[in-house]
Write a protein that binds this ligand. Structure first.
Ligand SMILES: Cc1cc2nc3c(=O)[nH]c(=O)nc-3n(C[C@H](O)[C@H](O)[C@H](O)COP(=O)(O)OP(=O)(O)OC[C@H]3O[C@@H](n4cnc5c(N)ncnc54)[C@H](O)[C@@H]3O)c2cc1C
Length: 442
């Protein structure tokens, strides 16, 4: 029996075996063998999902493509790259650099596996950008019955495969649209929620825009990023921002302080005030830095956490946000992590949280300092409740406790997707416990 745990240590799963194929032929053989023997299987990317979406079950086999992870082709003229699906984002960024190419958009976690990011609807923030898979030109898949398929962005079936939740076989190859390497100027400003709301359309015109609130304070911060030809910030600036502030202060010092608060949660508001004094720019001032694009997106994460994140109609951003603030205050829930608000362009992928409408994503977290878990069931349940009221759709790689009926209501293509899965995978080999819960089968 083999054990896998995810990055956050919120999911532990056991499976009969973990296999590391090195070639496409090995992947096809494995799928066919599992098919003949009725053995469940599932691919794991970097196990960065917070839930058990990547688990195969005790009778199943987990497949890692980390040994099938080369860059196969770079097309400089069209700015595309074709990769074996086991590659992770940092390796791809390094391989693209000599070709003067970069990825178009990223979230704050820049360590995911490419196929894992596609399968869960991984996203960044900026209303001109869709979820990560929107930059996929085509993918090649070994279907659950062991056939090979190429699915281009123009194919109708791409709408099912794009955010496939790992249910439609093994993605073996991905061609991604990139763009010439670019720098981003990052601007951070502290301001009131009223001012953010008043200047909302001005901020939405930036290439990237998100904002955060530090719970139990009146401190909000806007994060904007725009393409820039300015000189990159100094190495010292990078060491200070990412090393000293990002890792030492925002992770290690924060973890130590939250450890003390884990014995007495009433200490959380004071810690939040203290951390926002150190981390946020002074009121009335702004901070500006220029980085290579991937550095600008990146936020160092060391301190373990659990996360809920939902997408809902962009027009409701401020109503929903105020409802969450009021809930935290009214229910006296101690929240130790900023709440993050991001914006993503709509698409037409059946299982995408951004299907059919431009959305706002609200992400809420709770930290686990040195493995200590505060009680947070109440917090996440209230968040689920508020966001569902607004027809929210959860991020597939994060936590949610909602029913099949909620999904059916909020995803117009829900039944069509699962009918497609059943057709492609008649033996249900890729349908793990996560899938069964979604479908109301357990
Ligand atoms: C610290 C942290 C920060 C994060 N920040 C963000 C963020 O900013 N934005 C965001 O959207 N998410 C974020 N996430 C969530 C997480 O990054 C995503 O859920 C991510 O896409 C998971 O990628 P993974 O490689 O770890 O996939 P896994 O969690 O390993 O797997 C996810 C799914 O992909 C499937 N899969 C993987 N490879 C293949 C393949 N080759 N073929 C078919 N299916 C496959 C798996 O079977 C599974 O169903 C964050 C997570 C962490 C831990």
């Amino acid at each position: 029996m083999k054990r896998i745990k995810n990055w956050a240590r919120t999911t532990f799963c056991r499976s009969k075996d973990i296999v590391y194929p090195r070639s496409e032929a090995e992947i096809v053989d494995l799928v066919r063998l599992c098919n003949e023997n009725h053995t469940p299987l599932k691919v794991v990317g970097k196990a960065h999902s917070y839930n058990d979406i990547f688990c195969a079950g005790e009778e199943g086999v987990v497949v890692s493509l980390k040994k099938f992870s080369s860059v196969e082709r770079v097309d400089r003229e069209n700015a595309t790259v074709t990769v074996q699906a086991g590659i992770d984002i940092p390796t791809l960024i390094r391989r693209l650099k000599p070709h003067n190419l970069s990825l178009k958009n990223l979230g704050t976690n820049v360590f995911d596996n490419i196929a894992g990011a596609c399968s869960t609807g991984y996203h960044g923030s900026g209303i001109d950008f869709g979820i990560f898979v929107s930059d996929v030109v085509s993918m090649e898949v070994v279907t659950p019955t062991g056939e090979k398929r190429r699915i281009g962005r123009e194919d109708e079936d791409f709408k099912a495969y794009a955010v496939g939740l790992g249910m439609l076989g093994i993605i073996v190859r991905v061609t991604l649209q990139c763009e010439p390497s670019y720098k981003l100027e990052v601007i951070e400003k502290q301001m009131s929620l009223e001012e953010i709301e008043a200047r909302f359309s001005e901020f939405m015109a930036y290439r990237h825009f998100k904002f955060i609130w530090v719970p139990h304070t009146r401190n909000f911060m806007v994060w904007l990023a725009q393409k820039s030809d300015k000189e990159e910030s100094s190495l010292w600036n990078k060491i200070y921002t990412y090393g000293i502030i990002g890792v030492l202060v925002n992770n290690f010092l924060h973890e130590a302080l939250l450890f003390f608060a884990s014995f007495k949660r009433e200490r959380v508001p004071a810690i939040n005030r203290f951390m926002s004094r150190i981390l946020l720019p002074e009121k009335g001032k702004e901070s500006r830095s220029v980085y290579a694009s991937h550095w600008a997106f990146f936020l160092p994460h060391v301190l373990k956490q659990d996360v809920v994140e939902y997408a809902f109609k962009i027009e409701e951003t401020f109503d929903v946000f105020r409802e969450i603030i009021a809930m935290i205050e009214e229910k006296k829930i101690y929240v130790d992590t900023p709440i993050e608000v991001r914006f993503v362009k709509k698409d037409d992928y059946w299982m995408s949280p951004t299907q059919g409408e431009d959305v706002c994503f609200i992400g809420t977290k709770i930290h686990f300092p040195f493995g200590r878990e505060p009680e947070y069931f109440r917090y996440f349940s209230h968040i689920d409740h508020i966001l569902l009221k607004h027809r929210g759709r959860p991020h597939w790689g994060k936590q949610f406790r909602i029913t099949k009926e909620d999904f059916q209501k909020n995803y117009p293509h829900w039944d069509k997707f699962w009918a497609f899965v059943d057709k492609e995978d008649p033996k249900g080999l890729f349908q793990n416990a996560f899938a069964k819960r979604l479908r109301g089968k357990v």
